[in-house]
Design a protein around this ligand. Structure first.
Ligand code: DCP
Ligand code: MG
Length: 389
């Protein structure tokens, strides 16, 4: 049976939601983010993109490129709610939906649509439903697999609908640079380019033996398959129902701010380690706080992207504790950190801020995992977690 995979990604998601809420904003350059030296752009309207403004750009650069833009700080809770409603439309359209981020998902239409043409008709209907119900536009790709469907959805943004049959691989995939291949990061791209391999077509035409010395046998085989438009990854149901958490009850209530902070760090590390052990990443971070008088509070926030890093989980847990918990002088009897909105880590999109700090945390986390696997979880810890006595 011919596989039919659909990838859908909302257009300028946060900005589009804001425009819908305030029609005065329509047609104007709109930036979601905080202005100033420390701010970054979360996203912007296509009108702002015409000035060169992009996601993850420092706000100062964006202000220079587009001085007349309107800035809004963003309302995560609203975007999460819209995302959930769109998710329900997706669930109605296909038996298997794999969410990738707040505004993106794969749908498996195999068996539902006989071929790509029927898949395109379903995609059109889905876009119409999203427009009618949410007054928002989505871009959609329809292809025989995930890799081509995701490429296709990006080709005619905004409001795009692109069908990418395998026959189009030589004309539409081969001219693209090698880093467009899933799994080829900046480092592998550089290694390939040093070997004279610049485009996907160069990979497709190269004999396997030419790629192996550049990137090793595993990546060589992987990119060779992708360059021919082959990708067998199944569309997998999200793991939303799943959650991972860790909590501790204390004999004596914690009252010291620093002690509480260290407890958050220890729990965040445990949760992150478990995520990595299972090859998962999570988008929603929870904390649970029970005070000495047995009142329990839980708070949660959703990140734009899934993570499996203790530092990211800790930042969110700290923010929740600081901004959404009022101890009113009581001590902490129980403290927990948990995650939900779980996805397979490999399906997580490339990091939004592929900066040196995140990359270092990731390398450190892998090294920590390797040591703990061999010597037990107590072998390596953070200096802050060592007892003082
Ligand atoms: N986002 C963010 N920070 C980033 C990138 C994205 O906060 N560096 C948030 C804002 C986006 C949303 O995630 O609206 C979805 O991300 P996309 O990459 O899909 O970007 P958009 O939907 O905004 O635009 P596009 O039309 O290119 O998909
Ligand atoms: Mg989007």
């Amino acid at each position: 049976m011919q596989r039919v995979v659909l990838h859908l990604d909302m257009d300028a998601f946060y900005a589009a939601v804001e425009v819908r809420e305030d029609p005065e904003l329509a047609g104007r350059p709109l930036i979601i983010g905080h202005r100033g030296r420390r701010g970054v752009v979360a996203t912007c309207s296509y009108e702002a993109r015409a000035f060169g403004v992009r996601s993850a750009m420092p706000s100062l650069t964006a202000e220079r490129l587009c001085p007349d833009a309107i800035w809004l700080p963003g309302r995560m809770e609203l975007y999460v709610e819209v995302s959930r409603r769109i998710r329900r439309l997706l669930d109605d359209a296909a038996p298997v939906v794999e969410p990738l981020s707040i505004d993106e998902a794969f749908l498996d239409l195999t068996g539902h649509a006989a071929g790509l043409a029927e898949g395109a008709a379903l995609a059109r209907a889905l876009k119409d439903r999203i427009r009618a119900q949410e007054r928002l536009t989505a871009s959609v790709g329809v292809a025989p697999n995930k890799f081509l469907a995701k490429l296709a959805s990006d080709m005619e943004k905004p409001d795009g609908l692109v069908v990418f049959p395998i026959e189009d691989v030589p004309t539409r995939l081969w001219p693209l640079p090698v880093r467009r291949l899933w799994g080829v990061g900046p480092k592998s791209a550089e290694k390939l380019e040093r070997g004279g391999i610049r485009t996907v077509g160069d990979i497709a035409r190269a004999p396997g033996s030419a790629l192996v010395p550049l990137v090793g046998p595993a990546l060589a085989a992987h990119v060779h398959r992708l360059a021919h438009g082959e990708d067998r990854r199944p569309v997998e149901r999200g793991l939303e129902a799943k959650s991972i958490s860790e909590e501790r009850t204390y004999v004596e209530d914690l009252t010291d701010r620093d002690e509480i902070d260290r407890a958050l760090l220890a729990r965040a590390r445990g949760v992150a380690r478990e995520l990595r052990r299972q090859g998962l990443a999570a988008r929603t971070i929870h904390i649970k706080v029970r005070t000495g008088d047995f009142t329990t509070a839980t708070r949660a926030l959703t990140l734009p992207d899934p993570t499996d890093l203790a530092d990211t989980i800790l930042d969110a847990a700290r923010a929740l504790f600081r901004e959404r918990i009022d101890l009113q002088g009581r001590g902490v009897r129980l403290l927990g950190v948990g995650v939900s909105g779980i996805l397979p880590a490999e399906s997580a999109p490339a990091p939004l801020f592929p900066d040196a700090v995140a990359e270092r945390s990731r390398r450190l986390a892998r090294a920590e995992d390797a040591v703990s696997d061999r010597l037990g979880t107590r072998a390596l810890t953070r200096a802050r977690l060592l007892r003082r006595d």
